[in-house]
Design a protein around this ligand. Structure first.
Ligand SMILES: NC(=O)c1ccc[n+]([C@@H]2O[C@H](COP(=O)([O-])OP(=O)(O)OC[C@H]3O[C@@H](n4cnc5c(N)ncnc54)[C@H](O)[C@@H]3O)[C@@H](O)[C@H]2O)c1
Ligand SMILES: [Fe+2]
Length: 395
């Protein structure tokens, strides 16, 4: 029984469904917006969907500017220029349009534009002093769930690590989740960001901060994503698969935004920060190895996760069922052609000590994990996954 004091946060308004992006002008008006900045990145801009956001804003009478040079997996240093652009343009509402990268940038740009603070001062938990400009998030991946979370993640180039800005002031006022916007998402991004969404659900479900409010969302997210992700990747035009992925990602965002994520994310951040492996790829790489480590601490939860994924657990002990769930996750990563060994992404064994030091610094995430990790445990996990059997170790 969960009897701890809990706080649950999410955007005030969630709008979902095919074509719902057409509502953005009406919603921006309700937030008293007169001049909107659409913040996106070159990949999304090339997909041609920026007009789907721009047109309804203009139709509602807003002036609109576009910044489409946001850098995916954003480095901290990339933010300053966008904040100046926003200040100079006199924008009074920000639209984060893209994957987690564009939305995360939009969150901190909205917070920084009305003042002279620096992003570096906001790193950590509750360091943002006040709400910034109104913010609407419109995801084009399924996804990070960033449209509903209080988190923005940046690569700290000096420390070679990913760092989080965590504050309720970053939660978008409105999230518009339109599955149609993900149709143009390339297969590789669909696979990696879709696995990130699944991992949010799994880590939220087993988090020590899971609650009766987050568990049903996480479980439904696992169900939706596990039954749809293969189709979304290999038949990107499938409307039902794209819809399930977008909704699963949204549910995962609300679940992990409140319950937190754990050791998969903690051990993947140094891989992303140091070796520039995209967030979803790095998380998928870590998932089965961290699940193997966590398994004995959460046999029944893993059994339940496997059941929700559609695995037949009849007649199996909890231990056998939990192991079957880990195998199902490995199979999924394999089917999606995502790497599972450090050597697959050109990380040499000699990097393991530094990776472990960096991962141990992710205390905010490690504290959520159901089984505690010492530095030796972390080193052992990285060693277990160092070299793909049959391949040569990297020097
Ligand atoms: N704030 C949070 O709660 C949170 C949670 C998880 C991850 N993140 C962060 O989010 C980032 C990753 O986000 P992501 O996985 O959504 O990918 P992304 O935003 O980095 O996008 C990846 C690539 O896909 C392209 N793309 C995105 N949508 C497209 C579309 N519909 N059509 C064509 N191209 C498209 C982009 O242009 C980009 O090149 C990382 O920086 C990660 O750390 C944030
Ligand atoms: Fe994530």
């Amino acid at each position: 029984m969960d009897t701890k004091l809990r706080v649950h946060r999410a955007p005030k308004t969630l709008i979902t469904g095919n074509g719902c992006v057409s509502q953005i002008g009406i919603e921006a008006k309700k937030l008293n917006g007169t001049k909107a900045l659409i913040l996106t990145d070159p990949g999304v801009a090339c997909s041609g969907s920026v007009t789907d956001v721009e047109r309804p804003l203009r139709d509602a009478g807003l002036e609109v500017g576009i910044y489409d040079k946001a850098v995916p997996e954003p480095p901290m240093s990339s933010v300053e220029e966008i904040v100046s652009f926003t200040k100079k343009g006199g924008y009074d509402i920000v639209i984060g349009f893209g994957g987690g990268s564009a939305i995360d940038i939009a969150k901190v740009v909205a917070a920084l534009a009305p003042n002279n603070d620096r992003l570096e001062d906001y790193v950590g938990v509750d360091q943002v002093p006040r709400k910034g400009l109104p913010l609407i998030a419109v995801p084009t991946t399924a996804g990070t769930g960033s449209e509903v979370t209080a988190i923005a993640i940046f690569a700290n180039e000096k420390l070679n690590v990913k760092q989080g800005v965590v504050s309720p002031y970053l939660i978008p006022n409105i999230a518009l989740v339109d599955p149609v916007l993900t149709y143009s998402c390339p297969a590789g991004v669909t696979a990696a960001s879709g696995m990130d969404a699944l991992i949010h659900c799994v880590e939220a479900y087993i988090s020590v901060n899971a609650t009766m409010h987050t568990d049903p969302l996480a479980a439904e997210g696992i169900k939706l994503i596990s039954k749809s992700i293969r189709t979304a990747v290999y038949d990107g035009a499938s409307a039902w698969a794209r819809h399930n992925m977008a909704m699963g990602s949204l549910l995962g965002g609300i679940a992990f935004g409140n319950a937190g994520v754990g050791a998969v994310h903690a051990l993947s951040y140094p891989i992303g920060g140091t070796f520039r492996v995209p967030h979803g790829v790095a998380n998928t790489l870590m998932l089965p190895w961290v699940m193997e480590y966590n398994m004995l601490a959460c046999l029944r939860w893993f059994r339940q996760i496997g059941e929700v994924m559609g695995e037949d657990m009849t007649g199996l002990s909890d231990r056998e069922a939990a192991a079957k769930t880990v195998t199902a996750m490995r199979q999924l990563a394999d089917d999606l052609n995502l790497p599972q060994y450090l050597s697959d992404v050109n990380i040499p064994e000699s990097a393991i000590d530094d990776l472990a030091d960096s991962a141990m610094g992710q205390t905010r995430l490690l504290d959520n994990n159901p089984r505690k990790l010492t530095r030796e445990d972390v080193v052992q996990i990285y060693r277990n996954m160092a070299v793909r059997p049959g391949s040569r170790p990297l020097s």
